[in-house]
Write a protein that binds this ligand. Structure first.
Ligand SMILES: Nc1ncnc2c1ncn2[C@@H]1O[C@H](COP(=O)(O)OP(=O)(O)OP(=O)(O)O)[C@@H](O)[C@H]1O
Length: 289
């Protein structure tokens, strides 16, 4: 079962605050969103046109890499249908609520990194969420505005995939977010990435650049370079679209293991080629800000 709303989740954890009229609630919500987001210097919206290209893995490792560089970083998962960050950071419990402010508290991973997943509102994590348009967008908006992040240098947002209602409602809620578009090198993913780039232009958010995930890697046995999903497609696409190519992340079997084990590769093995690729991406992002 899922809490009907963030408000219900709050009531559940902190008693039952008196019900205010809808208009007042809406106004309060807008103010809450503004106040919560005003303390965050940079918001990065990680998106992909196609599911399964590694958007969540990139979000998790990008946030971990920013935190390692000393930036105060928040990571937020707003993918209602496939929230995976809780698993990637071993977060099992429901979200806590600040007793005084009635806001949700992110889980502290280390001194510089806090994580919040929409899964933290779900009582039964295995139940499918079947919601229709307005309820979904309302939920996303409410969720984004209900987290007490404190002061942050970066908020990385793992966006819902595609270019439909859900990513639109995130953009509307966080209009000053800048996009990082994730793709894999092969043509079928690149075709979808064009849609994501066009989405960013239509909703008028700046695109920081393109990240190519699951790129070439060195075979640990024979040292041969293996191009599982081809190579160079992300860079060529960035050039064609006049965007920055932020970097290529190699395919690495550790990603799957660490994702299941609940600790991203960048935290577990900071000297790996995979983690170094994220350092390059962080450099290419911070240069632009
Ligand atoms: N660089 C990589 N090397 C190896 N495996 C990877 C890499 N990036 C992601 N994966 C694996 O690919 C799968 C999909 O990744 P992930 O869940 O991050 O994708 P996603 O785009 O967020 O998917 P969805 O759209 O379904 O939420 C996962 O099993 C993940 O561990």
């Amino acid at each position: 079962m899922l809490y009907d709303s963030v408000d219900q989740a709050k009531k559940k954890s902190s008693g039952c605050p008196s019900q205010s009229p809808q208009a007042k609630q809406q106004q309060q919500q807008e103010e809450q969103i503004k106040s919560s987001l005003s303390k965050i210097k940079n918001k990065i919206f990680v998106l992909s046109g196609k599911g399964g290209v590694g958007k969540s893995s990139v979000s998790a490792n990008l946030a971990a890499s920013l935190a390692q560089k000393g930036f105060k970083t928040g990571l937020m998962d707003v993918d209602l249908h496939g929230p995976s960050l809780a698993q990637m950071f071993s977060i099992k419990e429901l979200l806590d609520v600040a007793p005084d402010q009635q806001l949700l508290l992110p889980k502290k991973i280390n001194d510089n990194l806090k994580v919040v997943s929409i899964q933290g509102l779900m009582q039964d994590k295995d139940q499918a969420i079947i919601w229709r348009g307005p309820a979904k967008t309302g939920m996303i908006k409410q969720f984004v505005g209900s987290v007490d992040w404190g002061e942050l240098d970066f908020l990385v947002i793992d966006a819902p995939p595609g270019t439909g209602d859900e990513p639109i409602s995130v953009v509307q809620t966080i209009p000053d977010a800048q996009a990082v578009v994730v793709t894999t090198p092969q043509e079928v993913a690149l075709a979808d990435v064009r849609k994501s780039i066009s989405f960013c232009r239509t909703v008028k958010i700046k695109t920081l650049g393109i990240v190519e995930n699951m790129g070439p890697f060195k075979c640990p046995h024979c040292n041969e370079i293996i191009e599982l999903f081809k190579s160079g497609g992300g860079e060529a696409m960035a050039k064609k679209e006049g965007l920055t190519f932020l970097g290529s992340i190699p395919f690495d079997t550790e990603v799957v293991k660490s994702g299941d084990a609940g600790s991203p590769v960048v935290m577990e093995n900071p000297d790996s080629t995979f983690s170094k690729a994220f350092e390059t991406i962080v450099e290419n992002i911070t240069k632009q800000l």
